[in-house]
Ligand binder design. Structure first.
Ligand code: PEP
Ligand code: MG
Length: 543
């Protein structure tokens, strides 16, 4: 009997058509299998060996992090070490192995989940924060027992990746080679995960109506038609050939876009508006060059901090910033300082659990709290700036004092580098206008900075009180709300009165249908995912 064709609707966040087999991504924890074992002592000995090695690893992480980010940040690893000694946790693991005669990986994973859930339900915020720590420690023990390294998420042979959801930190680990398309059962179009997925420049759907368990889709032949927002499972011959034709047509259209490479960014009426690229990885830097971007308008530096176990060293950061500057000779490179927190979490960062993380200690606020981490990043940018010019962009600004503090820190970092005879340059400084507060005081802010970049993703979220992560609010999280437009207009006017340029780097900028409006508002530049650069240039020419 032939397999039944199935259609699932999804919300496209990046267009295109892909045809291939599905590969289901499941979190490591979900992949641990229960096995019956005979020799309980041997299993306990495996846990013991993993504990010893984990303890050595955590000591090393503590030392490295003390150097790169300071003792306060490193203390997370001491907390993890303490968990390795926690009697109740160990008793749970050993008890399960002895009583249920199960393999060590399973006992560690299940105990980790039990303890983590218990912590998560506690009143005390500090206790709740330990929930992620237990899972982290359990994961480390299991990896050691399996002899596995922290693996990037692989799609293996060319495949359509299907997942319930991905966090930003999982998305940056995605191995894009061989990834044909991305389909998420959950996910919101305005989330950072969606932005990262969009930048992969492959067809992508979120909120796809697939029925669990996901595992049943593994290996199925599928078509992702992100033009019409459909995932088609086991397509019949006729549909498959239609889709192949559609895919070829889209590829031809893409090829035609190359005509715009090397062309000026000017409108039909002769007005210039720069078109730059947003990047969230060094791979995307390559795409920005390929798509002839006029520079990097937003380098989301979080990618250097996510998908790993410890802070990146200063040298690693310098190398990444230099690569961006070196790839864009004579063009602007705008490096945004760390925008961690809210949905951008990694357990080594030890970020406290907050009731309202989007309005919590994220972005520049976190940087001010973690001065070692921030100074290290500023130092790395100043060192890279000695090689070619670049600018700094500050996220989530709400006051002029924040800008002044950054300028003071930059001066201190510069003096320190000078003393050590290390070449450096102080970059120009811009503010992201992504809070209503920043837009409303843009006249005052404009006197303190060298440029503005409007982050419409957060600006819309905070203006409309509509969580960008919440799929149920997407109707509200609207591009056409007059309140958001009014704040954009106010920012452009105030920026220009003070003689500084104003660009837009939120997702709104990538809509070719809005180019005319941006021109009328007097926006100086747009910064978008690399794949949107040429379509925008084409739209600009006829605007
Ligand atoms: C924005 O908020 O519009 C923005 C560009 O920043 P991010 O999407 O990284 O929060
Ligand atoms: Mg933002």
């Amino acid at each position: 009997m032939g397999k039944q064709m199935e259609f699932c609707l999804g919300r496209p966040i990046q267009g295109g058509v892909a045809i291939g087999r599905i590969r289901v991504f499941q979190r490591r924890e979900d992949q641990i299998r229960r096995r019956d074992i005979q020799d309980t002592q041997a299993e306990i000995a495996r846990v013991e060996m993993a504990r010893e090695e984990a303890s050595r690893q955590l000591d090393a992480l503590y030392r490295e992090t003390c150097e790169s980010a300071g003792r306060a940040q490193a203390s997370i690893f001491l907390a993890h070490k303490m968990l390795l000694e926690d009697e109740a946790y160990l008793e749970s693991i050993y008890g399960m192995i002895r009583k249920e005669r199960v393999n060590a990986e399973y006992a560690v994973t299940v105990s980790g989940i039990l303890f983590s859930d218990t912590f998560a339900a506690m009143e005390d915020a500090r206790m709740r924060a330990r929930s992620a720590d237990v899972r982290d420690v359990s994961g480390r023990l299991v990896r050691l027992m399996e002899g596995a390294k922290e693996e990037p998420l692989k799609a293996g042979p060319p495949a359509i990746l299907l997942a319930e959801d991905l966090s930003p930190s999982e998305t940056v680990r995605l191995k894009t080679e061989g990834l044909l398309a991305l389909v998420l059962q959950k996910g919101a179009a305005g989330s950072h995960t969606a932005i990262l997925a969009r930048a992969l420049d492959i067809p992508a759907l979120v909120q796809t109506e697939i029925k669990p368990p996901l595992a049943r889709y593994d290996g199925m032949l599928a078509v992702v038609d992100a033009q019409s927002g459909r995932l088609i499972l086991e397509p019949d011959k006729e549909l498959l050939s239609q889709m192949e034709e559609k895919k070829r047509r889209l590829e031809r259209e893409r090829e035609d876009l190359r005509f715009w490479i090397g062309k000026e960014n000017v409108s039909a009426g002769g007005r210039r508006m720069e078109i730059l690229a947003n990047i969230g990885s060094l791979e995307e830097l390559g795409q920005a060059v390929e798509n002839d971007a006029g520079g990097i308008g937003l380098m989301r530096t979080e990618f250097l901090f996510l998908g790993r176990d410890t802070y990146p060293a200063e040298e690693e950061q310098v190398a990444a910033y230099r690569e961006a500057i070196g790839s864009m000779p004579g063009k602007p490179v705008i490096i945004r300082t760390l925008d961690l927190g809210a949905d951008k979490q990694e357990s080594y960062l030890g970020l406290p659990r907050e009731e309202n993380p989007a309005m919590g200690c994220r972005a520049i606020r976190l940087c001010f709290q973690r001065q070692e981490m921030f100074r290290t990043q500023l130092r790395a940018i100043c060192r890279a700036a000695a090689q070619g010019s670049c600018s700094i962009l500050l996220p989530l600004i709400v006051s002029v004092e924040e800008i002044r503090l950054v300028r003071q820190l930059l001066a201190e970092v510069g003096a320190e580098l000078q003393k050590r005879a290390i070449p450096y340059a102080i970059p120009s400084v811009g503010a992201m206008i992504e809070t209503p507060a920043a837009a409303l005081i843009s006249a005052e802010l404009a006197r303190e900075v060298d440029f503005f970049s409007i982050g419409t993703n957060d600006l819309a979220q905070y203006t409309l009180a509509a969580d960008r992560q919440n799929p149920g609010l997407e109707g509200m999280y609207s591009r056409s709300h007059p309140a958001v437009w009014r704040l954009i207009q106010m920012t452009v006017e105030n920026g220009h009165k003070a003689g500084i340029p104003v660009s837009i780097c939120g997702e709104l900028a990538s809509d070719p249908g809005l180019v005319r409006t941006f021109l009328d508002l007097g926006v100086d530049a747009l910064s978008v995912v690399p794949a949107s650069v040429l379509p925008l240039r084409r739209a600009l020419w006829s605007a």
